[in-house]
Write a protein that binds this ligand. Structure first.
Ligand code: CA
Length: 218
């Protein structure tokens, strides 16, 4: 397996190194190949997100992505900020297993926060067998590995997406989440022709060939 992500360690920031995302703002490109969003609806009008390249606090290389979430009123359930990468050289098919790990450091002194790595797309994400972490207000963690493993069982090929969702938990607070050293890999868990019907078989072969190129090509 090999890492499918581009700029997985948040080292490259060609478009700037600091971004302010307002309430309800849609996704904005931050670090190269990465997008950040601060909510997707009016429900998220009670928080803002400051995204920046951090060259002091990082896990690998020379930088990380720092996400500072500020809340006003108590965030409703479902409110979240997100970091995501949505362009991949392959699609996922039935039987593929996606392994997604990230390194995270959290300062929840002024606001608790839940951080969860997700795959697939926004509304049907899966956090797989494990992955999330909830840090209570008043506590702080060192760099920690979050990992999720998802076996794709959909009957049609799907686009891949790697995202980390950050849900603040308290009103009038600030939560800081550093992320670094992402790894997103896909393996074929079983003979792919055994669980596919003819209608998607051709797409499957295309995906399998691309996966093989990615997996073994280098
Ligand atoms: Ca890094």
């Amino acid at each position: 397996m090999s890492n499918l992500l581009l700029n997985p360690g948040f080292e490259t920031w060609s478009g700037g190194t600091s971004f302010s995302l307002g309430p309800g703002q849609q996704f904005t490109t931050t670090a190269n190949n990465w997008q950040s969003g601060c909510g997707v609806s009016a429900l998220d009008a009670n928080m803002t997100l400051q995204v920046s390249k951090d060259i002091v606090v990082f896990d690998s290389g020379l930088a990380s992505i720092k996400n500072q979430i500020a809340t006003t009123t108590n965030p409703p359930l479902g409110d979240f900020c997100q970091v995501r990468q949505i362009q991949f050289p392959i699609i996922v098919v039935t039987g593929n297993v996606i392994t997604f790990t990230v390194r995270v450091k959290i300062d929840a002194t002024n606001c608790g926060v839940t951080v969860t790595p997700l795959v697939f797309n926004g509304n049907v994400d899966s956090n797989g067998t494990s992955g999330g972490i909830f840090v209570q207000k008043g506590s702080q963690s060192n760099w920690t590995t979050l990992s999720t493993v998802v076996g794709y069982t959909g009957t049609t090929p799907n686009l891949l997406r790697a995202s980390v969702v950050m849900n603040p938990q308290d009103a009038n607070g600030t939560a800081v989440v550093w992320l670094d050293t992402f790894d997103f890999e896909v393996t074929v868990a079983q003979p792919i022709s055994s669980t596919l019907n003819d209608s998607i078989l051709s797409q499957d072969w295309v995906s399998a060939n691309k996966l093989n190129e990615v997996t073994f090509g280098d």
